[in-house]
Design a protein around this ligand. Structure first.
Ligand code: C2E
Ligand code: CA
Ligand code: CA
Ligand code: CA
Length: 260
């Protein structure tokens, strides 16, 4: 069990797609004032027979660098659509998929997603796009165009990792996203009592004035959860509630519907 080298990632990628080694873990998102699951995020995993479970931090940058992420992301999106089409409509929740900025270059990406979605006959309200704030670096026009195309097709768009970059305020002004995801990891070590907490609180209030939904991710402690409740951030995702889990487990969790 070890991370794969760049060469191995490139060499084994096609085989991994074809052989079912690449798949999706699901991490639930909760409304912590009601305890109910309100959504989930699909996260890519790669289980290599020899090298074991591989995490995105080790292989996604390589897939991006060598032009393979587009194929991987379409594959993940198809898995999510398949999950949704097998899910009884009474317990269906929106599932977010991650969009790499490389997906948006040179592809009519939304059109490609639409072809897959229609094949599985999943209503668009059950699929949310997540684009990281840093995608706006070096080309906000592409980002705006993508959001517009997602909106025209009916997808809600979340800005991922909001606050991680240094351009957050201007990004917020120019990009009409529906959901802001704040990652508490960016405050790690500092706690919520200091400047970080004040800034986070203000950003949450600002998002509300802009009528943008807010979701905090990376929630690991009760203290963080209490803070989020006190500032009115009701949507949460993190190890405190549930870790990313295999498809079958997500499905059975949906059938019972609340905290484990
Ligand atoms: P992300 O989109 O910000 O996803 C959240 C990451 O935080 C996930 O890591 C998740 O497992 C982790 N996480 C969730 N709760 C907690 C918590 O309470 N504490 C901590 N420390 N971490 C938590 P993961 O699955 O390793 O993914 C890492 C990144 O890889 C993602 O960050 C995303 O940028 C990228 N990624 C994952 N799946 C895909 C995909 O299908 N396509 C693309 N393009 N990128 C993906
Ligand atoms: Ca994400
Ligand atoms: Ca994130
Ligand atoms: Ca992240």
């Amino acid at each position: 069990m070890r991370p794969m080298t760049d060469e191995e990632i490139i060499r084994f990628f096609e085989m991994a797609i074809a052989g079912g080694q690449i798949f999706v873990y699901y991490q639930p998102q909760y409304n912590h004032s009601t305890g109910r699951i309100v959504g989930a995020e699909g996260l890519m995993r790669w289980r290599h027979p020899e090298f074991g479970l591989q995490y995105p931090v080790n292989f996604i940058p390589i897939l991006e660098k060598y032009g393979l992420i587009h194929r991987a992301d379409l594959f993940v999106f198809e898995q999510i659509c398949r999950f949704q089409s097998n899910c009884p409509p009474s317990v269906r929740i929106p599932i977010s998929f991650n969009v790499s900025r490389h997906d948006l270059f040179g592809h009519d990406y939304v059109k490609e997603l639409e072809a897959i979605r229609k094949k599985y006959d999943v209503p668009v309200k059950y699929l949310h796009a997540e684009i990281t704030e840093s995608s706006a670096i070096g080309g906000i026009d592409l980002f705006i165009k993508a959001i517009t195309q997602f909106h025209e097709a009916g997808y809600l768009v979340a800005m991922d990792d909001f606050g991680s970059g240094y351009s957050s305020l201007s990004v917020l002004k120019d990009l009409p996203v529906d959901i802001l995801k704040f990652d508490l990891q960016f405050l790690a070590g500092e706690g919520l009592g200091g400047r970080g907490g004040i800034i986070l609180n203000s950003a949450i209030q600002m998002a509300k004035w802009l009528e943008t939904q807010v979701l905090a991710e990376g929630v690991e402690t009760i203290e963080q959860a209490d803070f989020l409740k006190s500032v009115g951030c009701n949507y949460v995702q993190g190890y405190l509630y549930a870790k990313p889990m295999p498809e079958e487990k997500m499905r059975s969790l949906l059938e019972t519907g609340s905290f484990e």
